[in-house]
Design a protein around this ligand. Structure first.
Ligand code: PDD
Length: 281
């Protein structure tokens, strides 16, 4: 069934949604994006997504003529028009339409598009079984903190992982795991969760932000430091987080079983707590 999507101030049927071939998003990947999870008709961590979006926009010196409240209304309207109860809303903003020229155009109006995508975030089969991860080299740029729409390295990485039978690729730089191609990476040893600290080397995951708060409230220790692939292979548990996976157990890395090869207790607890909080919050 055709969705209703949002393009520059209008809600239109997806087959009628059009953006110019001169859009700088298309020509230069000159834009930033957000993906917000929807659970039971509720937007999860929306304020954090908007905070990160504002930061990404500032980092690329892109002013937009819409307020956060208007963005919130667009999200609500998309959910309503598409009867979306569970899934995601993707939204991106580019520097707009201009003749192809590397420097920023003076008078271009930014392009804003958004659409819904249905997904069973709470009960997908792989949340029970856990997923496999393959390590791949991190070939990305030096500003991974910006949620840029330039995702070719991640698409290449996810494809390479997929061809090895894995669900996600963990990108590795100098022997250390940076993050998943579209998720944050974690390992668990005993009752300690380890994840890489924030820097320009990774995206500041919104799900990560909430997870760290929840872990603290649950008296689970979090260590924010880089970890090696070797450490990950020797971990008791591993998992990923993102708006599209929530907290998802990882049971195999590069064909090595992690722990028992089944989702572990810390991961299960964090997934349950995350979903419960999202539903109640
Ligand atoms: N990706 N790291 C990278 C490289 C990501 O692309 C994402 C999210 C995350 C997790 O961020 P969050 O918890 O805010 O979703 C970490 C989204 C889901 C995507 O590109 O579809």
């Amino acid at each position: 069934m055709s969705r209703t999507v949002y393009v520059n101030g209008e809600f239109v049927a997806e087959e009628n949604a059009k953006v110019s071939i001169f859009d700088r998003g298309y020509l230069f990947a000159d834009g930033v994006y957000e993906v917000t999870a929807i659970i039971d008709g509720k937007m999860i961590d929306f304020d954090y997504h908007m905070e990160r979006l504002s930061r990404s926009l500032r980092q690329i010196a892109l002013d937009i003529p819409v307020t956060i409240d208007e963005l919130r209304t667009i999200h609500h309207e998309l959910m309503a028009r598409n009867n979306l109860s569970n899934g995601m809303i993707y939204m991106h903003i580019t520097r707009g339409v201009a003749d192809r020229n590397f420097t920023y155009p003076e008078n271009a109006r930014s392009t804003l598009i958004a659409f819904t995508q249905q997904a069973n975030l709470v009960n997908p089969p792989h949340a029970e079984t856990g997923v496999k991860v393959a390590t791949i080299p991190d070939i990305r740029w030096a500003r991974r903190d910006i949620k840029s729409i330039a995702l070719l390295p991640q698409a290449m990485g996810k494809q390479a992982a997929y061809e090895k039978g894995a669900y996600e690729g963990w990108m590795v730089e100098d022997g250390l795991v940076t993050e998943g191609t579209s998720s944050t990476a974690y390992i668990v040893k005993g009752a300690v969760i380890t994840t890489r600290p924030l820097s320009n080397s990774i995206l500041a995951g919104v799900t990560r932000r909430t997870l760290l708060t929840l872990a603290q409230e649950t008296n689970i220790t979090i260590e924010q430091r880089p970890f090696t692939v070797k450490e990950a292979l020797a971990a008791d548990e591993a998992f990923i987080t993102s708006a599209s996976t929530l907290v998802l157990p990882v049971v195999e890395i590069d064909s090595h079983k992690i722990g028992t090869g089944r989702p572990g207790p810390v991961t299960r607890k964090m997934r349950e707590t995350y979903i419960k909080t999202a539903r109640e919050g």
